[in-house]
Design a protein around this ligand. Structure first.
Ligand code: NAI
Ligand code: OAA
Length: 278
């Protein structure tokens, strides 16, 4: 059994709430304290759910609404699952304080000055910024072979039309009337991640692991027949060629987010506290 851990969470939406259920059932790699940083309007709900679903004899919980209060709770690691704006607001001070941070809103790093600020903050605090695979897979191989250079990475993100609601796709196509797949975006991973902050974090993850934000080619597609949130990419390099296609189950509470994202975060937590990392 691993050492008990103090975990901080930033955000209390779909990913955080689903993760809470997973953490509550986790007994082989225990958490002794869970501190949630949420917006003031969700603090009461977060407190009630933590008390009902997580707190126990050997588990303490706290809900806070500012980052200094989160740090005062001395988390061993913080997980961001709140969106790009929360990365901007909260992650640099947590890293500077010397606390490792897992971020799911990886597309925030498409803003080059922010990426630099996060790298500097991690170096200053001697902390690690951990970028999980999220809703995509094969990041281990991409990051490994990418070091040899010569990579070509092409990514296609297909989701059902509903998952693109509230995004710039709405102004480009009639999502409700779509009867066949429609590619509404072609461009770089940087453009995709910035224009679609809730849908193209995967493009940023591939870019950071592989060929970079400018050289990673992205297509985004609304497809009424999509069997879920689909991430497809191909890699050509001097060391290996591979293609990947993942059909993800969308979250019940947020069609934009695949459930596997939550399990990817859980994997980072288990790897941190469990006796084996895989
Ligand atoms: N890396 C990946 O593969 C993926 C990354 N994501 C990222 O994860 C994010 C969260 O996803 P969901 O939980 O499904 O979204 P959600 O919208 O259900 O939850 C986000 C929560 O964060 C809260 N929040 C927003 N700003 C905040 C702040 N400054 N401080 C504290 N809380 C704040 C909101 O009130 C909301 O409850 C997405 O916005 C996206 O950026 C999502 C899917 C895949
Ligand atoms: O959850 C997914 O399938 C991917 C996603 O939203 C993102 O890349 O931002």
């Amino acid at each position: 059994m691993g050492e008990p851990m103090r975990l901080g969470l930033i955000g209390f939406g779909n990913i955080a709430v689903t993760l809470l259920g997973q953490l509550a059932g986790m007994h082989d790699a225990p958490l002794e304290r869970l501190t949630v940083l949420c917006l003031p309007d969700s603090a009461d709900e977060a407190s009630a759910r933590l008390a009902a679903e997580f707190a126990g004899a050997s588990r303490e919980t706290a809900v806070v609404t500012d980052v200094q209060a989160l740090l005062a709770d001395r988390p061993d690691m913080v997980v961001e699952c709140a969106g790009h704006a929360a990365v901007v607001a909260h992650v640099p001070p947590v890293l500077r304080a010397g606390t490792d941070v897992v971020i799911v809103s990886i597309g925030a790093l498409a803003d080059a000055p922010l990426e630099q600020e996060l790298r500097n903050a991690a170096a200053e605090g001697k902390a690690r910024l951990i970028l999980p695979a999220g809703a995509v897979g094969g990041i281990d191989l991409l990051a490994a072979i990418g070091q040899a250079g010569g990579l070509e990475v092409r990514y296609r993100g297909l989701k059902p039309p509903l998952a693109w609601s509230g995004t710039p796709a709405e102004a480009l196509i009639n999502l409700g009337a779509l009867r066949e797949p429609k590619t509404f975006f072609t461009g770089t991973a940087r453009e995709a991640a910035q224009a679609y902050p809730k849908n193209a974090n995967v493009a940023a993850t591939l870019a950071l692991a592989g060929a970079g934000f400018e050289a990673t080619h992205v297509e985004l597609i609304a497809d009424p027949a999509a069997p879920g949130n689909v991430h497809e990419y191909s890699v050509v390099s001097p060391l290996a060629k591979y293609t990947m296609r993942i059909e993800n189950l969308p979250s019940a509470a947020n069609a934009k987010t695949s459930v596997s994202t939550v399990y990817s975060v859980l994997r980072e937590i288990r790897n941190r506290i469990g006796p084996v990392s895989i």
